[in-house]
Design a protein around this ligand. Structure first.
Ligand SMILES: Nc1ncnc2c1ncn2[C@@H]1O[C@H](COP(=O)(O)OP(=O)(O)O)[C@@H](O)[C@H]1O
Ligand SMILES: [Mg+2]
Length: 341
């Protein structure tokens, strides 16, 4: 059994680096997004109980995660929800857009937040709401105004700006201090951003750090999101944007091997239960990563290729208790089955 995140972190001070360290155990790479998320969640805790710093109102900083499909957006937020010490709920924008009753769906979401808070309204009001696949709410060109996606944006905008929402049970939740994290692949946004940065910062001093310049130049601007199809007020409510990167072949290999619940660990465990030691060599993982990389769906295709490789052995092993060890060196070689001599 896996420890739940909060159990594992109990008693520890949840600094940004501690949160990022927890994320590292499950999510490979994506350091920028990890930093942004852990700083935001930390600041969100810190604000609890003191909504004002002296006379300075601490505005909340909702986050938008942008990155290609299968690079870990959903995984990052699921993992974050296990360490967050505030109530955390998830919604999917695609299903919100398909619903006829968006406001009811949003109420149900807040009700779940209240349940996670054990019925404590004050606690729920400082929770975190994660909305996945937010890019599916875009108003596409040629469509009439008031499409379902746009309607959902308006409905979400209301709670992101902060509004009292009446829940069925006559309870009211004020959403002003709820932190919103949104994520989406935003296919096509890169071209918009590239075009809008035609006149980017240009290094004028040889001491300028090219990496920093590149980063500033690739920043997604609210106007880019507007061109993509988010209404300006909605984009404006997501001031912090973090980018997830395409996963390299090296990172794809790491994903199969390193996380606590990696595919490799899961299958080793399943084989161990049959009394068999499973050993897969690096070259085989590299071949799988190579194939997955070509499919261009991030880490999504790893499991399928991996399982396909193991299926013949998984078919054999239960009938052969004498098999003690399975070694796979390459996708193009039969696995070695080592039996009790
Ligand atoms: N950076 C990563 N580290 C570890 N696993 C990952 C990573 N990115 C994707 N995966 C794996 O790929 C699958 C799809 O990832 P997901 O987070 O759903 O992608 P998306 O960015 O499209 O939301 C998940 O099952 C996850 O295990
Ligand atoms: Mg996702």
């Amino acid at each position: 059994m896996q420890n739940s995140g909060s159990e594992q972190m109990q008693g520890k001070k949840l600094t940004p680096s501690a949160i990022a360290g927890y994320l590292d155990q499950y999510v490979v790479g994506q350091d920028e997004a990890k930093k942004v998320l852990s700083v935001a969640v930390y600041s969100h805790y810190r604000k609890q109980g003191r909504q004002r710093l002296g006379d300075v109102e601490v505005a909340k900083s909702n986050i938008l995660l942008i990155g290609p499909t299968g690079t870990g957006k959903t995984l990052l937020c699921e993992t974050l929800s296990r360490v967050a010490r505030v109530p955390f709920v998830t919604a999917n924008a695609t299903s919100l857009a398909q619903s006829k009753y968006v406001n009811e769906e949003i109420e149900a979401l807040l009700l779940r937040l209240l349940e996670k808070a054990g019925g404590d309204v004050a606690k729920a009001q400082r929770g975190i709401v994660f909305i996945d696949e937010i890019d599916k709410l875009k108003a596409s060109e040629g469509e009439q105004r008031g499409t379902s996606g746009e309607r959902v944006q308006h409905a979400l905008l209301k709670i992101m700006e902060g509004a009292p929402v009446r829940l069925g049970s006559a309870q009211t939740i004020d959403t002003t201090n709820i932190l919103f994290i949104c994520a989406g692949a935003f296919v096509g946004l890169e071209d918009i951003t590239a075009a809008s940065h035609a006149f980017g910062f240009i290094s004028v001093d040889k001491h300028d750090d090219q990496q920093i310049l590149d980063r500033l130049n690739s920043r997604v601007k609210p106007t880019d999101l507007f061109k993509f199809g988010l209404i300006p007020e909605f984009a404006g409510r997501l001031p912090i944007i973090a980018n997830l990167q395409n996963l390299s072949k090296e990172l794809l290999v790491k994903i199969m091997v390193e996380p606590r619940n990696s595919i490799y660990n899961q299958f080793r465990e399943a084989f161990r239960e049959e009394g068999v030691e499973l050993h897969i060599e690096l070259a085989a993982f590299q071949q799988i990563a190579e194939m997955a990389f070509e499919y261009k769906v991030g880490a999504r295709s790893l499991r399928g290729i991996f399982e396909e490789m193991l299926t013949p052995v998984m078919f054999l092993v239960p009938d052969h208790p004498e098999i003690r060890r399975v070694v796979i060196k390459s996708l193009f070689e039969e696995p070695s089955l080592i039996t009790l001599s």
